[in-house]
Design a protein around this ligand. Structure first.
Ligand code: NAP
Length: 259
């Protein structure tokens, strides 16, 4: 599918692995210059090379922690006028809310709510002036169906979702859309971490937890990162300018609601 965004510039935060990497690969396949990011420089450079070799597109690797002020400044210095912004960062740890103090909460809010809001603030007015912008926040299916051990994620991402619901209606008339993609279980390093937390909380083995979660999903499996990347590509496409403020769930049908 031609997304109609060849030659555009995209910042994809937290993209040396997993879902962010899949988004970067999809956009690069369509001729977008991608600015990828991760904290581990070696892993990031490896991914940059893989995307270059697979797509022939320009790839700039910006090694830093996106949840810090300095990290965000470094990314924006590399790409001051992005056409596309994909917000992403590691999810917070699993646990019991009784063990979380204020600092734990602030860290989760910084990663999964305030960092995306800061980056939106930094780029949205330029996008409005240039009459093109696509902003996507990678959040979680936990926004619609909270997972108990992921209380920090449930809370922080709900805050971001509320913010986006308001601001996304103010930018769309200038062809700047802001949407959230909500992953259910996808085959990445993160799912292994979540399953380990779930297994511990329920007193079962990790394998049991994994098999159980797959069996409980209507698709009978976890999602593939490239399926996530394809949805991201569509939302970033030239013809997606009438879609804003949406929360699009990719979960194999696990969420049982009608809407
Ligand atoms: P992943 O496979 O663990 O990949 C995370 C990527 O983000 C890595 O490239 C990592 O590289 C980078 N990263 C993490 N924290 C960063 C930071 N502070 N600054 C810069 N880069 C950072 O995770 P994933 O499965 O793609 O998950 C992406 C997001 O979706 C997470 O927020 C996760 O909680 C959420 N999610 C995932 C699933 C799932 O099933 N996979 C389900 C629901 C929600 P470095 O470690 O080198 O920085």
């Amino acid at each position: 599918m031609d997304l109609g965004i060849k030659g555009r510039k995209a910042i994809i935060c937290a993209s040396s692995k997993g879902l962010g990497k899949a988004c970067a690969m999809t956009l690069a396949k369509d001729g977008v210059h991608v600015f990828i990011n991760g904290r581990n420089e070696e892993a990031l450079e490896k991914t940059a090379q893989e995307i270059r070799e697979t797509t022939g597109s320009e790839v700039t690797a910006v090694a830093c922690d996106v949840t810090t002020v300095e990290g965000r400044e470094k990314i924006l210095a590399a790409c001051p006028e992005p056409d596309i912004l994909i917000n992403n960062a590691a999810g917070p740890p699993t646990g019991n809310f009784r063990d979380w103090d204020r600092d734990t909460w602030i860290k989760a809010l910084d990663s999964n709510m305030l960092t995306p809001i800061e980056l939106i603030k930094a780029v949205v007015d330029g996008m409005i002036e240039r009459k093109f912008g696509r902003i996507i926040n990678i959040t979680s299916g936990a926004v619609k169906a909270p997972i108990n051990v992921l209380g920090l994620s449930n809370g922080a991402r709900a805050g971001l979702t509320g913010f986006v619901a308001g601001v996304s209606r103010t930018t769309v008339k200038d062809n700047v859309t802001i949407n959230n993609l909500l992953p259910g279980p996808f085959e990445t390093d993160r799912i292994a971490e979540v399953i380990a937390g779930e297994a511990k909380a329920r007193g079962i083995s990790e394998e049991e937890a994994r098999v159980g979660r797959m069996a409980a999903n209507p698709a009978g499996r976890f999602g593939r990162p490239e399926e996530f990347g394809a949805a991201c590509g569509w939302l970033c496409s030239a013809n997606a300018g009438f879609v804003t403020g949406q929360n699009i769930l990719l979960d194999g049908g696990a969420f049982p609601g009608v809407i």
